[in-house]
Design a protein around this ligand. Sequence first.
Ligand SMILES: [Zn+2]
Length: 103
Amino acid sequence: MSFQCRYGCGTWCHVDPDIKTASGKLIPIQENGIPHDCHLRPQYRHKTTTAKAVSKLATKRIDDYQLIQETKEYVERVNVRLSQYKLNIVVNKKEQSLLEEML
Ligand SMILES: [Zn+2]
């Protein structure tokens, strides 16, 4: 069920019971699948909310963009801890082969 952002910015959001913050609160999700981090919210600090998938199924419903961002942040944290090593993440969109398109 969609609802308008309670801070009055006019954005339509929905919640997914399986997608919550690390502390367990439901996250308003915009129509494009990205968590709504309202600029009208009093505590707004230019920091995007990171959704955590509570169940494995819910991972599929979190936007690809967020999963990539989460993974990049994770890799950055690991790199800080492993000063002797450097992990790299490469994200390439899969190209469909002609054969796959025909199937
Ligand atoms: Zn808003």
